[in-house]
Structures are given as C-alpha cells and as structure tokens.
Design a protein around this ligand. Structure first.
Ligand code: ADP
Length: 345
C-alpha cells in the first residue's frame, strides 16, 4: 500500500506548476511531469526512455544541467521566448522519486518558469525610467530657476523666503515621486528576498540611524527584545524600511522629551513588534484611514510637519508581502502604539 508520503509526492509531481525531470545514471530520461512536458513542448511518450543528448541537443543550457553533476543552477531558455531557472540535483534513488526512477546515480532537475517575474521586473524598470525622466526634468527646471532668481537682482526678505520654499517643495516632490513608484511596485508584487532575519538587529540599526534626530529633540528610545530573538524569513532591507517608517513617525509626531519604547517578542507562533510613543496621538475615527496612500490626519500640527502620507502605506504593503499585519492603537493627545506581527520562520 502506498504511504501518505508517496501519495503526496505523486500528487505534487503531477500537479505542481514547476517542471520535474528525472534521469537515470546513463542520462536517460525516466520520468517527466506534465508541467515539464508543457514547458519543453514535448510529449512524455516521445521523450521517456531517450538519452538527454538526443532530446535536447538544440538546448545546450538544459542539456548541461541534465548531464552535469552536483547541485547546480542555470538559466534555461525555453520555447516561446520563456525563461526558467533550473536546479539540478544528483543521486536520485528509488525511495525518493518513485519506482520508475533509477536505483542510484541519477539526476533530478527542477524547472521554475520565471518569465512573468522577469517581465514584471523589466516593466518596473521601464516605468521608473519613464516617470523619473518625465518628472525629473520639470522638477530640475524648477530647482534651477529657483537658483537663478537670486542671480538676477537682490531679493527682499519675503522673496528669499518664497524662493527657499520653492526649493524645499521641489525636493519634497522629487522624494515623493520616488517613494510612490517604489510603493507601486511593492504592491504589484515585485520580487523580494527571503532570508532568515533577526528583527532585533534591524531595530538596532534603525535606532542608530535615527538617534541624531532623537537626541536633537531629547527623546529617548528604549528597546527591549526577546533574547535570543526568534528568526523570521523575509527581505531584511524592506522589513527595516517598515520599522524605520514607524520609528521615524514616532519621533516626528512626538513632543520633545517624551520617550519612545520598542518591544519585540514571540507571541503565539508569531513575532510581535510594538513601537509606542507619547506624542500627539491619532483621533479614533482616523485610525482606519492612516494606512491609506497619501493620507495625513487633518490636524494643524501634522500639516506643519514634513511628510507625504506614504510611510504607513509602504509599511503595510511590506508586512502584507511577508504574511504579517500592522495596526495602530491611539489615545488622542496621549500617544500612539503601532503593532506589527510577522509569522515565525
Ligand atoms: P507621513 O508621516 O509622511 O505623513 P505616514 O503614512 O507615515 O505619512 O502617516 C500617515 C499619517 O498618520 C500621518 O500624516 C499622521 O497624521 C499619522 N501618524 C502616523 N504615525 C503617527 C504617530 N506615531 N503619531 C501620530 N500620528 C501619526
């Protein structure tokens, strides 16, 4: 009787969207799943039992991957201008791969079609290029003319003030455009790395980077993290960006000398990280909207502070991509706490 493991591997073999090819010790193709047959445009009945070199002589990268030894990875061009990442692995045995596989010394090759992922990445680059090109020229022109005004006559105090405002606003505009493009692509599913990450290291880096701003306003940042910190899988640069945005906000919307506290610990199979401040707080009816793109609480104090209303949207998009969550609790006038959760590795 088939074990549950055998049933599961047979199901995976048949229905996975990744192509799987198994060769015996003489480089003869002994198994291929439907995904591999579709990717390579070859019917299993025409291919099984044939030598790799006769089947794939016109596909040198694939042939090399199938016939070389050791664990190897190659970029494999497929028919119809598609692209796959191929991973080859040695020493297939009967137990691991089913009764048809070779008794030892064979090879297992996995093909992962990355055409759409690569197209997305190249479209992102084109879009970034187009937007930054189309917008950066007018922004540079505004910046340039703001510099020129002062050279064509003496400005009075008010005029100087206005020119400074023009310069600051155009810098902000440039930052905003870049952040918006970045957010668009995070939300669109741009590829992110997935490596073991220790949140306490990211928190320390963020606190170190923001400490000059904290010191300038005499705000202390207390950090307490569980030791050792359980690992999460994710993109360290993006997770750091999310934490940075929360701590940056805590500083920005805090009053001088009002402390900030950051905690990170394991809670029921996930990591929970909280960033708490005793700043201006957020009215309860606004809590549902602060994660919206470009939204800022309509408050005189917020309006007078720099910001574009994207930091929380970006943090939320990053957490979502990692299978995590983010939410806010606040008492208006007393402070806010942002709570993010991430699944454990
Ligand atoms: P930004 O801070 O650039 O305006 P965010 O998306 O980071 O954009 O935040 C959106 C809005 O949420 C802010 O404009 C502010 O009104 C509110 N907010 C965020 N963090 C805090 C905080 N720690 N305390 C008070 N208000 C906050």
């Amino acid at each position: 009787m088939e074990s549950q493991f055998e049933i599961a591997s047979d199901l995976l073999f048949r229905y996975t969207s990744d192509g799987v090819l198994i060769l015996d010790a003489d480089d003869v193709l002994v198994r291929m799943n439907p995904a591999a047959a579709a990717m390579l445009h070859c019917a299993p009945e025409d291919c099984l039992g044939k030598h790799a070199s006769s089947l794939f002589k016109d596909q040198p990268a694939l042939l090399a991957l199938l016939t070389e030894s050791g664990q190897t990875t190659r970029r494999i061009p497929l028919p119809d201008k598609r692209i796959a990442i191929g991973i080859g692995h040695d020493e297939v045995n009967g137990e691991e791969t089913g009764p048809d596989a070779a008794a030892g010394g064979g090879r297992l090759v996995l093909l992962q079609d990355i055409t759409e992922r690569e197209e997305l990445e190249s479209r992102r680059e084109q879009l970034i290029y187009r937007i930054s090109h189309d917008l950066s020229n007018p922004i540079s022109a505004i910046e340039g003319f703001a510099e020129l005004i002062g050279m064509y006559g003496t400005l009075n105090t008010d005029q100087q003030k206005f020119v400074t405002r023009i310069r600051q606003t155009s810098h902000k505009l440039r930052d905003l455009v870049q952040t918006l493009v970045d957010l668009t692509w995070v939300e669109a599913g741009m590829p992110m790395s997935s490596v073991p990450v220790s949140l306490d290291r990211l928190i320390s880096e963020v606190v170190a980077e923001l400490s000059p701003q904290a010191q300038a306003r005499q705000i202390s940042i207390a950090v307490s993290t569980q030791q050792p910190m359980p690992i999460v899988m994710g993109d360290p640069m993006r997770l750091k960006q999310a934490i940075y945005n929360l701590v940056h906000n805590a500083l920005l919307y805090s009053l001088p000398e009002h402390p900030i506290a950051i905690h990170a610990y394991e809670d029921r199979g996930q990591i929970r990280c909280t960033v708490a401040d005793r700043g201006i707080g957020i009215p309860e009816h606004e809590l549902g909207q602060i994660f919206d793109r470009l939204y800022r609480v309509p408050d005189e104090r917020v309006r007078n502070l720099p910001g574009g209303g994207i930091g929380l949207t970006m943090a939320q998009a990053i957490l979502k991509r990692h299978g995590g969550t983010i939410r806010a609790e606040s008492v208006y006038g007393q402070g806010s706490t942002f709570i993010l959760t991430l699944p454990l590795a």
